[in-house]
Design a protein around this ligand. Structure first.
Ligand SMILES: N[C@@H](Cc1c[nH]cn1)C(=O)NCC(=O)O
Length: 525
């Protein structure tokens, strides 16, 4: 009789790709919630109601009312006695507007009205950075990695999904509640509570992120690892793209910024259930791996010891990857938080389309990240891919900073280039970590990288929000905001790009010396 050879569940193609799809779906829901507020920056930073017209222009309700009344008075028309309540879908209004430097009478029809929250750019920056506050200041990501290596994938994943969901609910509650003028720490209570929710969500999202990375390495090591990591990132980017492309329309349709968050929380609930399904597969994988080890007479896998962290901390290659991650992602994710408003004020894109241009970036990466991942699996050249991506990031931000080519199509082209850069670096960076750090310490290694990365995700939006308020906001003599000059904020993003280029070059040199294998293919022939 032929002897049955024991196999691990992950040796089955169907099983490992199914596991990948399930956990990637959970991550996708998390990424949706991470960026769901980015297209709402203009709405959040406008006070009172915002009126959207059928020609895709928008204006604050107060400013519209005074324009309509001024027009009626100037033309001896009976006063329309317009109030905010009367501004509703379908209403037609006439007033004077400056078109190409000339005063013209315009007639517009309202398509929707949504409530602005009146936040300052500084408050928006504080809120956007909150994603990383608990991770960084309470060292939760660092502990999250240790919990992952000590307590295992199932416990950590369920815990972190729970945090994501709880944080999303708090954020939704804050945005759907009117706190009046209640202030806390010099900021509106709504901003503080929404930031708290986002901080708890961010802790959950990051710990889920390292858990999912470890899951993929567990199922795909020695197989299609970079492709699998690339596909997971690609699915996550679908979440980002939907958030950037659809969030404003949902807020406009429902009349309030809280609804996109509510939809995200519902999606996350489904993502949580899908992670529970994965846990069943994970248990079976562990049982089959144990049976293989027993059959082959191998001893129990050695557990994680705190002392093992020394190996991580002493690796120069690890620190270079970590710093590259900090600089590269500081130039991308925080940029996305401000990109929609950049499109409105620098490239004159109507607000209803403005989110579509940043949404091109994750859409491009959906295809390209797995393509570059598969390239890395088969051909190698990981360090080179990271250098090229970092150079592209720098060029893109320099182009955004320069006061030239302020055409929407140019913004589209530049955003596509950024999409390529944003595919190149992650598809090479994440699969490079297991080449430097062994599996046993991988949870902690990813956690430390994410920890340092989160310092950028937490601080850069705060910095940019403050810079926009103090150095980029253009005002008329009465102090009213007339526009924004994005040169300084975009120069700051370009500096992160330059740092990423220098670090990726150093990584390439270090790889040549220490032979991590970053330039070699991942797949064993
Ligand atoms: N640590 C995450 C950061 C993040 C930001 N938004 C959602 N997650 C990360 O780096 N993920 C890998 C990636 O390339 O998205």
């Amino acid at each position: 009789m032929k002897e049955q050879i024991q196999q691990k569940l992950s040796d089955s193609r169907v099983a490992r790709w199914t596991a990948l799809m399930i956990v990637s779906f959970t991550m996708m829901c998390g990424y949706f919630l991470t960026d769901v507020m980015s297209p709402l920056e203009n709405l959040l930073t406008t006070k009172g109601k915002v009126v959207y017209f059928t020609d895709d222009t928008s204006i604050s309700a107060d400013s519209l009312i005074s324009k309509v009344e001024l027009f009626a008075a100037a033309n001896a028309l009976s006063s329309p006695e317009l109030t905010v309540e009367k501004l509703e879908e379908g209403a037609e209004l006439q007033y004077m507007e400056t078109v190409d430097g000339q005063q013209q009478t315009v007639q517009k029809t309202i398509s929707s009205v949504a409530s602005g929250e009146g936040w300052s750019s500084t408050e928006y920056g504080f809120f956007s950075g909150a994603y990383g506050y608990i991770n960084v200041f309470l060292l939760m990501l660092f502990f999250g990695g240790i919990i992952l290596d000590k307590m295992g994938i199932r416990f950590t994943g369920i815990m972190s999904c729970g945090f994501m969901f709880a944080g999303a609910l708090i954020k939704w509650y804050a945005l759907s509640t009117d706190f009046g003028d209640t202030m806390l720490f010099g900021m509106n209570m709504q901003v503080i509570l929404a930031a708290l929710g986002f901080a708890i969500f961010g802790m959950g999202a990051e710990i889920t992120g390292i858990t999912v990375s470890k899951i993929i390495v567990k199922w795909f090591a020695g197989k299609e690892l970079a492709l699998a990591l690339g596909l997971q990132v690609a699915m996550a980017r679908i979440g980002t793209a939907i958030a950037l492309g659809a969030s404003l329309s949902v807020a406009r349709m429902m009349g309030n910024v809280s609804y996109p968050v509510l939809f995200g929380a519902i999606a996350l609930c489904i993502g949580f259930v899908s992670f529970l399904v994965y846990c069943v597969m994970d248990k079976k994988e562990d049982a089959s791996a144990l049976a293989v080890r027993q059959e082959e007479g191998q001893s129990e896998e050695e557990g994680f010891r705190l002392a093992d962290l020394k190996l991580i901390f002493c690796s120069k290659g690890f620190w270079l990857i970590t710093l590259l991650c900090l600089m590269f992602y500081a130039g991308v994710f925080p940029f996305l938080k401000f990109a929609t408003k950049l499109m409105i004020y620098k490239y004159d894109v109507p607000e209803s389309f403005a989110g579509m241009i940043p949404a091109l970036l994750p859409f491009g990466t959906i295809l390209l990240t797995p393509v570059f991942g598969s390239l890395y699996d088969r051909i190698g050249r990981g360090a080179t891919l990271m250098i090229i991506g970092s150079v592209m990031l720098t060029v893109v931000h320099v182009l955004f900073a320069l006061p030239l080519m302020n055409y929407w199509w140019f913004a589209v082209v530049v955003m596509i280039v950024l999409g390529i850069a944003f595919s190149l670096v992650p598809s090479a960076m994440w699969p490079s970590v297991p080449k430097i750090i062994p599996m046993k310490q991988l949870g902690s290694a990813y956690a430390i990288i994410f920890y340092i990365q989160n310092i950028g995700l937490a601080m850069v939006p705060v910095l940019i929000g403050w810079v926009i308020d103090d150095f980029a906001t253009l005002r008329d003599t009465s102090g009213a905001i007339t526009g924004y000059n994005y040169s300084i904020p975009m120069t700051i993003f370009a500096v992160f790009g330059v740092c990423a280029v220098v670090i990726s070059l150093m990584l390439r040199v270090d790889d040549a010396k220490k032979h991590y294998g970053l330039e070699e293919a991942n797949m064993k022939k």
